[in-house]
Design a protein around this ligand. Structure first.
Ligand SMILES: [Zn+2]
Ligand SMILES: [Zn+2]
Length: 626
């Protein structure tokens, strides 16, 4: 999910390639049937797990005689198009739907008070009975973050690698869902069956261990979804990208490829994660300061490399930031992070060591105001105080839009005397996503008939489409999608079809979807202009003013220095009320509207501000008053 993007142009040459489905002989099919018969008999429900790769059975489709149409595969991205975040794609064939990933996005600046943004899955809710499973490519938030919300509506098994499921489990516990959820751990090259779907997980490299591409074989052909990937030939955990299997699939024939577009604007090849380790070692050498490394909590590989360097230079490691601590705990427990006994210490123990014996790994590499590093930079972190004895390494790159807040944090850190090392100064970060050459490699190995760029803003998808054309995919076979749009594929054709409901659901605290456009507009108004409350007591019968108007303001002006303005506002309200009385208006809603409108006009003419104005009418029964 991380990484910035540079502008550049593809220089690839055109090549003529064609994809399609390979033919299988009847003999192979007979053998397959015999081999798998036993397993099929034993398997329950529609979910069958077969350990070895089997050739796909010959596709069967209804005969088309002009009256009967063949069944079509529907590919429906419900998130992840024209954005980086909340990735989710549904694959529907006849009575079955499988879903790949279910991630969250972080709120935009104007979504005040919103914690996270999740995809609208009402289409899947409507077709609940068809949904068979959620398949997870890897454990990043933009791929797993909305799972608890999904499962509350549609409770189906979740399939993913050990690490991805470990991270999902933390969320399920938070949402009290761990007992009712079925999590199924998958291995690379494992094959699952869901009705007419056959699914295979294929290992790829990315910035988190156990990342998978997913091949989905259907009666109309094979679909390959790369998930997030880069081509790292020397991964630090030895989890090599299974280019061999990807090429095999390409040879067998891939109908549609969905591929990661995050870094499509960058030419060349993303460096191996290993290169960061070397750079960290160089910075650690002869450093007698305390070292603080800020990075993405989700980058388990990076955490491992920081720990490796710390061990090499005999330093202890402490971790701060809630998400960082969570990921560390899960990764360590599941064996994805290795640190010799005693290397990782509690943050409370850092006082027992000299600066040159310590490394602190922290969140906040994007300048997020609430993250640990930002709090350290303004002296508000309870456990870590920044001094000139600190070297702070930003082992990350700026996500576009965050440059300003990152700059602010760096300024503060330097003001406290710390030395700050950024990506521009040293190669302390590499991306987890494929650059142009890797994307072309993927396209060339797979040679898909149709291509759908995913995981990116519109311009990224567009550029990735062009890259595909350069590698030989016909232009008319490229589908630049939007969320909710259906791509229908049959044996011979693929075409865009109707749109299903899609969009965003805002999560604020415990509320899911209760904050909509109207609430956001009010929050924006309040945050920008403040609020004026006009309290008026009226006689229930005559609608005559009994007391007031009283004026209460918040976030509008400093009342003590603006008493005359407040008095004027009071007068305007009073005048409008007597006008209403003269005209015999007794309708409370009309009185409210008239007061509000007169004040809007007056306040704007005086201050050029538009605070929210709330007239509150209270009724008083004068008969009962003594
Ligand atoms: Zn992602
Ligand atoms: Zn990712």
């Amino acid at each position: 999910m991380e990484d910035e993007n540079n502008k550049s142009k593809s220089t690839a040459k055109s090549r003529n390639t064609k994809g399609g489905n390979s033919k299988k002989t009847n003999n192979v099919n007979k053998k397959l049937k015999k081999d798998t018969k036993e397993k099929l008999l034993k398997a329950k429900d529609e979910e069958i797990i077969i350990e070895n790769i089997q050739p796909e059975p010959k596709a069967t489709t209804k005969k088309s005689n002009g009256i009967f149409t063949k069944s079509k595969l529907k590919v429906i991205p419900l998130g992840g198009m024209n954005e980086i975040g909340k990735n989710i794609t549904a694959f529907e064939y006849e009575n079955e739907i499988i879903v790949v990933d279910c991630g969250l996005a972080f709120p935009e600046d104007e979504m005040l008070g919103v914690d996270i943004v999740i995809p609208d899955i009402s289409y899947l809710e409507k077709n609940k009975d068809k949904v068979k499973a959620v398949l997870i490519t890897h454990g990043h938030e933009d791929h797993i973050g909305a799972i608890p919300y999904f499962l509350k509506k549609i409770n189906v098994p979740v399939y993913g690698s050990k690490l991805a499921l470990g991270l999902i489990k933390v969320k399920l516990v938070e949402h009290n869902l761990e007992k009712q959820t079925k999590l199924v751990t998958i291995e690379p090259r494992q094959i699952l069956k869901f009705g007419k779907f056959k699914v295979e997980f294929i290992r790829v490299t990315h910035s988190i261990a156990d990342s998978m591409a997913i091949a989905i074989t259907t009666p109309v052909g094979t679909i390959l979804h790369t998930g997030d990937f880069k081509v790292d030939y020397t991964p630090i955990d030895g989890g090599y990208i299974d280019l061999q299997r990807i090429a095999e699939l390409g040879k067998e024939g891939v109908t549609l490829l969905l591929s990661d577009s995050t870094n499509v604007q960058r030419p060349g090849h993303t460096m191996s994660e290993k290169s960061v380790g070397k750079e960290l070692d160089r910075l650690f050498t002869n450093c007698n300061k305390r070292i603080i490394v800020a990075t993405f909590a989700s980058n388990v590989h990076r955490m491992q490399q920081i720990i490796n360097s710390a061990v090499k230079f005999k330093r202890k490691v402490a971790v701060v930031g809630r998400s960082m601590v969570n990921v560390l705990a899960v990764s360590q427990e599941l064996g994805y992070l290795n640190a010799p006994e005693g290397t990782i210490i509690d943050i409370d123990k850092i006082g027992m060591y000299n600066p040159d014996q310590l490394v602190i790994i922290t969140t906040g590499s994007q300048g997020e105001p609430m993250a640990a590093l930002s709090r350290m930079s303004v002296g508000e972190h309870k456990k870590v105080q920044i001094t000139p004895d600190d070297m702070i390494i930003f082992s990350s790159s700026a996500i576009p839009g965050n440059e300003k807040s990152i700059g602010k944090v760096i300024d503060e850190l330097e003001r406290l005397g710390a030395e700050v090392i950024q990506n521009q100064i040293a190669d302390v970060h590499v991306s987890g996503h494929a650059c142009q050459e890797e994307l072309k490699l993927m396209l060339s190995l797979v040679r898909p008939k149709y291509f759908m760029p995913v995981h990116g803003e519109y311009r990224f998808l567009k550029q990735h489409g062009q890259l595909a054309v350069d590698t030989g995919v016909p232009k008319e076979n490229i589908f630049i999608m939007e969320n909710g749009r259906i791509l229908e594929i049959d044996k011979n054709t693929a075409k865009l079809s109707t749109q299903v409901t899609s969009g965003i659901v805002l999560v604020d605290g415990l509320g899911v979807g209760d904050v909509g456009n109207i609430v956001l507009r009010d929050r924006q108004l309040l945050s920008e202009n403040g609020m004026i409350i006009v309290v008026i007591s009226l006689d229930r019968k005559t609608a005559k003013v009994v007391s007031g108007p009283d004026i209460v303001t918040r976030g509008f002006v400093y009342v003590r220095e603006n008493e005359s303005l407040i008095d004027e506002i009071k007068d305007v309200a009073k005048k409008e009320l007597s006008k209403c009385e003269e005209q015999g208006i007794r309708e409370w809603s009309t009185i409210k509207t008239r007061v509000r409108e007169s004040l809007i006009k007056y306040i704007y003419s005086k201050t050029k501000r538009q605070p929210m104005i709330l007239p509150i009418l209270m009724d008083v029964d004068m008969d009962k008053k003594i």
